[in-house]
Design a protein around this ligand. Structure first.
Ligand SMILES: Cc1cc2nc3c(=O)[nH]c(=O)nc-3n(C[C@H](O)[C@H](O)[C@H](O)COP(=O)(O)O)c2cc1C
Length: 193
């Protein structure tokens, strides 16, 4: 009787563990499915606590040699937003635009190339997914001229813009583009060897 009870307890504990692991996995996959490139924003400001969490998620990202060469400009003043709208057609009316740069003086460099865009991309992906988790929309934007942006925002010479990320609450009319639903099957993009 005692043995059966013990066995049942262990089985229940194992089932609970498996279940919570499944939930964790599905949690991220669901978040990844939920995210889409938001190209229409409500004017509602983004709360500072949410900005803090998004920036913290970026801070936790891995970078080559742990150099952490990223520097993030949070564009949100009316002047900064007006300026970025002049420099790209892809800010989409967002109340906040992250301008993600890397420091060319400290970035890990080897054989003439550096990990700056890669480091920034990992930082940006962390930020994007945290924003999604917080109910915010984002869009990754490369449609701008880095030199023009650097001049307009008077960046130090060692801050190289990598990408822009508009962020805010999606407008009620916002919906994913057709691209969002088009992903190649794993059989086309994965090879086991
Ligand atoms: C490196 C990169 C650059 C991108 N540049 C732009 C851009 O300049 N403007 C834009 O509207 N979307 C841009 N996107 C968003 C992609 O078009 C979008 O993520 C893709 O079509 C898949 O759609 P989804 O994000 O809705 O799933 C970019 C995405 C990536 C990853």
């Amino acid at each position: 009787m005692k043995k059966t009870f013990l066995f049942a307890c262990v089985a229940m504990m194992l089932a609970a563990c498996t279940h919570s692991n499944e939930q964790m996995t599905n949690g991220f996959i669901n978040l990844a499915r939920q995210r889409y490139a938001v190209r229409e924003y409500a004017p509602t400001p983004v709360e500072q606590t949410k900005l803090d969490s998004i920036l913290e998620a970026g801070r936790l990202a891995p970078t080559a040699r742990n150099v952490q060469p990223q520097h993030i400009y949070v564009l949100q003043s009316p002047e900064a937003i007006a300026k970025i709208n002049e420099l790209t057609r892809c800010a989409y009316g967002a109340p906040v635009v992250f301008l993600v740069c890397y420091d060319t003086d400290s970035v890990w460099t080897k054989d003439g190339s550096n990990s700056g865009d890669m480091d920034c991309s990992i930082v940006g992906t962390h930020m994007m997914m945290e924003a999604t988790e917080l109910g915010l929309g984002t869009c990754w934007v490369k449609w701008f001229n880095p030199a023009e942006v650097a001049t307009a925002f008077e960046l130090p010479a060692n801050h190289r813009p990598s990408f822009l990320m508009p962020c805010g609450y999606a407008a009620e009319t916002s919906k994913p583009s057709d691209h969002h639903f088009s992903r190649k099957p794993l059989s086309e993009t994965v090879t086991y060897k």
